[in-house]
Design a protein around this ligand. Structure first.
Ligand SMILES: Cc1ncc(COP(=O)(O)O)c(C=O)c1O
Length: 376
């Protein structure tokens, strides 16, 4: 296997079958991740303490790599089973108003509702942006005295809109900014330090498989968010027997039990490649792939709801065909061997950096076949 250290080898490492345009749903695992997991399972099968320790060390490596991509300290990063776990730690620990869009992925909407119903200390402040975009203006006009925090997706799972974290920070002042970054982490440059909590998961764009979640809690978050769901894994020192110490003063407090070290190994392997290749390089190619998808959509008059501005999008391009066109367009995509997500009449197309000309050609052919049969 070629070690991935630069953009060319990264692009060449996409070895899945042509036709896959659903990275926003699931990311076929990277070759290095597959190799790593095999080596780690062998180490864990040996029964040697040193081998077990080698695999345990992946937790530190993964936290350091997440921290590096955020631009922070590894002590503020804690591994999680998934994005939703990290977001739940954050939301359950907040008191006061939490502003969020009703159209957010259910990780946020369900956690906010449950936290409010269970404890009554958090009050969801729902907003319904017309186009689903949580822009600084939408947030500004919905802020109230009671708003203590704002939760947004870095990249919206439906529309592909990329939030402007720095602009949101300017609008919300000293309030907490909680970010679900799963649809953009490692793929686009973001001003994470403008946020207070950033949660993600490596099973889509990072190609690391499930179980590879992580969360960053910055200074303000550590001061203001109570570690309500903290378990024995959230304390400093060894196993706390015959005593119950306070939660750790770091992000570690937002842990329940011990981490899955095999998952940490997958995450570390995937992130190491991304750090080596560089997020800016990845972003520039991903932006071109998304533009390729838009090009074909425009050519065959299929409306796109994702913003055109490269700074306001990432790898998701959402098509919104006329109601009578949705089913035939979907069918044409399937018939041409393409994998996309169709939901509520919209078609979400999500290429990755390694999406090749063969897949794009299939996409163009599928749109051409649909267009030639379309009744205006
Ligand atoms: C915006 C967003 N958040 C969260 C998730 C999934 O969360 P988890 O990592 O807990 O599976 C998805 C999955 O599609 C998503 O699109």
């Amino acid at each position: 296997m070629i070690r991935v250290t630069d953009l060319d080898s990264y692009m060449a490492s996409f070895d899945g079958e042509p036709g896959y345009l659903d990275w926003a749903a699931f990311g076929p695992l990277a070759p290095a991740v597959r190799t790593e997991v095999q080596a780690d399972t062998e180490l864990l099968g040996s029964g040697r303490r040193t081998s077990i320790q080698l695999v345990d060390d992946h937790e530190r490596q993964a936290r350091e790599l997440v921290a590096r991509l955020i631009g922070t300290d590894a002590a503020q990063v804690v591994l999680q089973p998934s994005t939703t776990y990290g977001l739940m730690h954050a939301l359950y620990g907040i008191a006061g108003g939490l502003m969020l869009s009703r159209a957010e992925f259910p990780s946020l909407t369900v956690a906010a509702t449950r936290a409010s119903e269970s404890f009554g200390s958090l009050h969801p402040q729902w907003v319904d942006p017309v186009d689903g975009f949580m822009t600084p203006d939408v947030v500004r006009s919905a802020l109230t005295e009671d708003t203590r925090a704002v939760a947004v997706s870095l990249v919206d799972f439906r529309t592909g809109y990329r939030a402007d974290l720095a602009a949101l920070r300017e609008v919300i002042g000293d309030r907490l900014l909680i970010v679900d970054a799963i649809q953009g982490f490692g793929m686009v440059q973001a001003d994470y330090l403008a946020a207070d909590v950033v949660c993600g998961h490596g099973y889509k764009w990072l190609r690391a498989g499930r179980g590879t979640g992580f969360a960053w809690f910055g200074e303000r978050a550590l001061e203001r968010i109570a570690p309500v769901l903290s378990g024995f894994g959230g304390v400093d020192g060894g196993l706390p027997v015959d005593t119950v110490p306070a939660p750790a003063p770091s992000a570690r407090a937002f842990a329940v039990s011990r981490v899955d070290t095999l998952a940490a190994g997958r995450l570390a392997t995937a992130l190491r490649e991304i750090v080596d290749v560089g997020v800016a390089n990845i972003e520039s190619v991903l932006s071109e792939r998304a533009a390729d998808v838009m090009f074909f959509a425009d050519r065959y008059d299929v409306p796109v709801i994702t913003p055109r501005d490269p700074e306001r999008r990432a790898g998701i391009v959402t098509l919104e065909p006329a109601p009578q066109d949705a089913a035939p367009l979907s069918a044409s995509l399937v018939n041409h061997g393409l994998t996309v997500t169709t939901r509520g009449g919209r078609i979400r197309v999500s290429p990755h950096v390694g999406t090749g000309a063969d897949t794009l050609r299939l996409f163009g052919d599928a749109l051409a076949a649909f267009a030639s049969a379309r009744v205006w």
